[in-house]
Design a protein around this ligand. Sequence first.
Ligand code: C2O
Ligand code: CU
Length: 462
Amino acid sequence: MKIIRRTFCAGLGGVTALAGLGLGPSLAAPAPLVARKARVQLAPEGYPDTEVWSYDGTIPGPLIRVPQGARVQRQLVNDLDEPTSIHWHGIRIDNAMDGVSGLTQDPVPPGGTFVYDFAVPDAGTFWYHAHRNSMEQVGRGLSGVLIVDETMPPEVDGDEVLMLDDWLLDPDTGAFAAPFAQPMMMSHGGRTGNLVGVNGRYDHALTAPTGARLRLRLINAANARIFSLRLQGMTGWTVALDGMPLEVPEAADGAITLAPAQRVDLIVDVTATPGAAAGLLMGMNDDSWNALVEMEVTAGRAPRGTAPAPLPANPNTARPDLAGARRLEMVMEGGAMAGLEQATYQGETLDFRGLIDRGQFWALSGQAGLSDTPFARLDRGEVLRLGLVNQTAFPHAMHLHGMHFRQVRADGSLGPLRDTILSIPREPLEIVLVADNPGKWLLHCHMLAHAATGMTTWIEVA
Ligand code: C2O
Ligand code: CU
């Protein structure tokens, strides 16, 4: 556990290390982020190590941390055998830097480079990951954490980044079980692992004294697993979701659901006494709870006990006016146990068989995969109310690039800002967003096997 923490923090400060040193232009080139193969011990000691695809040789990739309003400047160097690109998940980013191969940029070929250079308007917990053949590239390890620090960060005794993931490994060889494009997984819930871990370790652990107040930043980097989490030996409050502060922190005394790509920032007070069980528990299929992150509690003082103050609001996050909003509906269909009679794929209308032959199992409003024309064209500043109708038998973590949205609840009230929301079969879901970021933005399921087999579309903001 100590080793991974050192590895994980190695990227700290690397982003701006060369800035302001007055070095010549050649030396001032942004720090590289090298996509490459590496061997990492994902499985417990005694099992073989795993060949991963990584950023800079670590799982997760280097932690990128910048102050709010600063620029992230990194040069992607592709040392993989296939093209790739990097998406900066949750950042309200300049469209040209969004990293979607084939929509916002050309894929970076093996041996190629691409400079990402963008401002980060919002403070919060974000992440980055490959956005080309994502089901496999992210599944093999191409992801990392991006933290944007508040100008006035909350008062805490520690700030812990916990990137949750799972891996489907062959225990005999340590290798990822192949293939990633597996029809049974793609048409069902997606690829879930047989090993769950945090920060690249199956046994990542924390140490804190009684009474410590910690910020925990949870990020779900898994391809398909929906984590259900609970605090043990801690009293906590949710202070942000998907990087965006809640107006009022909410007690995190029940189960915390973290769908793929979602983040939750918690502020917790350690209430356990030394030696008592503490940590982050994970709900299992049989309704039991297992330790996901154990916390060793040392002697301290009495917990503060009072709720933390809200994090400072990010800019430009006012609630939209629903009156006059444009209303659209997106029907999600397909997958096992539901059926998809026909859909358009690459300009052709195909029946169920034809779609399966092309590896497509899902559709969004009759369209499987990206089309030349967007699902919707919006004027800049337009308010969109989008109903998501889940006619499948599976939950889907629907993610919009470039802009956050809010849920419109049944009573008309608005939920917190999010960039990824879990849609449950047959439960009506409606979101609202202000189309204030121009460009071409993907809207897709973050169960990456679903995204690869139909559940990807895009909207365009003029
Ligand atoms: Cu994190 Cu297109 O996604
Ligand atoms: Cu899905």
